[in-house]
Design a protein around this ligand. Structure first.
Ligand code: FAD
Length: 420
């Protein structure tokens, strides 16, 4: 009997999950091959979640996926995640021997080590006798007229596969043009590729005050405003709240990461991107209360240094920057003459204006937005252009929020492709 062969290009999260699912399914002696170009598989898994790997998230409202994922339609994603959900991910990892822990829905391996996730996948693939070839540089992917695919390597080897899964990931977290191969293979096989942009990354901003603010971490709410046209200024708006990090070039931290894909696409399209930071988000919706607090402090500290008036409201570095922007110094005395400027400092604490000039490069991004549109594959992740070709992971145009949602997409799409 002829053994059928499944080839998987890319030994990352989605490719390894596809290999597990394909090997789990066949049991008929069919063979599964993983071709990985790096010296070892799953390198990116090791750096996820700061080395702890936030592998999925149990807070996963299937009816509101549009709030968690971009690129594809919420309805389409719902259909796919219903077939392999975060609970299925936890269940499968448990079956493979890995214990998990959930913190407010954020799921990690119990060991607290991302390497456990990779080890678990590796052991399972070993057990199921999946062939893994590393340092395999692919020269071309060739569809055969009578079905199947030839994969030619730069080392002059040729593999013939009955089914081929492309799981090459994206350039996120990689240097230079590394990570673009999958898009090239998909395009060579007739797929569309939505140009990719860095997402889940920091924003680079105008201004000479960032060096002085670097190192500040604080709770804040950030409003991102994207100009729809140059004039008159109409804009779309997105906001996020969480721990903001100020760096020597701009803003970072989870809430900024969540907003970055919108800034990425807008800047690439030449649109104007601004942000407004509310350093006192606990006053949101309590504008009267905030105004009262400001006026009380202005009158209580009249005749005393501004350092006292603003003491303890937010990190002192932010106060110093705002005072400077408004022509004040910390040692100045609060008096009637400078009250308008003092009020502007109070306003600045709630609406600190920021001009965004760029996003960090792919190497400093966690994911990529863009890729092959999801409607070019079936619910089995099979290409609508080439039967027997499957696509999985970030190669497809699906990017999720921070918090385990991107790995969940890799597991879901990888699993479905492997089963397909
Ligand atoms: C720093 C960082 C932290 C992250 N933290 C989290 C987190 O905690 N939670 C979360 O959900 N997501 C996280 N992500 C995102 C998550 O890691 C990715 O979404 C996920 O790994 C994508 O899986 P993938 O299989 O599509 O791609 P990858 O995991 O990138 O795998 C693709 C594989 O294909 C290989 N490859 C590429 N081209 C070829 C070729 N031509 N031939 C052979 N092999 C090839 C690559 O070397 C790679 O091994 C993080 C990302 C980064 C960069």
């Amino acid at each position: 009997m002829n053994r059928r062969k499944t080839g998987i290009i890319g030994g990352g999260a989605s490719g390894l999950m596809a290999a597990v699912a394909a090997a789990e399914k066949n049991g008929t002696g069919d063979e599964v091959f993983v071709l990985e170009k790096k010296e070892r598989i799953g390198k990116k898994i090791l750096v996820t979640g700061n080395g702890k790997c936030n592998l999925t998230n149990l807070s996963f409202p299937l009816d509101r996926l549009g709030e968690y994922y971009h690129g594809a339609s919420a309805g389409r994603l719902q259909a796919l995640f219903s077939r392999f959900s975060p609970e299925d991910t936890c269940g499968l990892f448990r079956k493979m021997g890995m214990l998990t822990v959930s913190r407010d829905g954020y799921v990690y391996p119990l060991s607290g080590q991302a390497s456990t996730v990779l080890d678990t996948l590796r052991f399972e693939l070993e057990r199921r006798k999946v062939w893994i070839r590393t340092e395999c540089r692919i020269a071309a992917v060739e569809p055969l007229k009578r079905g199947g695919y030839l994969v030619h390597t730069q080392e002059d080897d040729t593999y013939r596969f009955d089914r081929l899964i492309l799981a090459c990931g994206s350039p996120a977290g990689q240097k230079g043009r590394e990570g673009m191969d999958g898009y090239a293979y998909a395009a060579s096989l007739g797929h569309t590729v939505v140009p990719v942009q860095p997402a889940l990354t920091a924003l680079r901003c105008e201004g000479d005050f960032w060096k002085a603010l670097a190192g500040v971490r604080c709770q804040a709410s950030i409003r991102l405003m994207i100009g729809k046209t140059q004039k008159p200024e109409t804009f779309s708006e997105y906001s996020e709240e969480g721990e903001l990090q100020l760096t020597d070039y701009g803003i970072s931290g989870i809430p900024v990461f969540q907003l970055s894909r919108h800034a990425s696409f807008a800047l690439a399209a030449g649109r104007r991107v601004r942000a407004q930071i509310d350093f006192l988000p606990s006053f949101a919706g309590k504008e009267g209360e905030y105004r009262k607090l400001a006026e009380e402090r202005i009158s209580a500290f009249r005749g005393r240094p501004l350092e006292m008036l603003f003491c303890g409201l937010v990190n002192k570095k932010i106060i110093l920057a705002l005072l400077k922007q408004n022509g004040l110094r910390i040692q100045d005395t609060a008096e009637q003459r400078n009250e308008p400027a003092i009020r502007r400092v109070f306003s600045g604490l709630r609406a600190f204006p920021v001009q965004v000039k760029g996003v960090n490069p792919f190497s400093a991004a966690q994911v990529c937005a863009g890729g092959v549109p999801l409607d070019e594959v079936t619910d089995r992740m099979e290409s609508r252009k080439h039967p027997g070709l499957f696509l999985a992971g970030e190669l497809l145009d699906v990017d999720g929020r921070c918090g385990g949602y991107n790995l969940q997409w890799a597991w879901t799409s990888g699993y479905l492709a492997g089963r397909g």
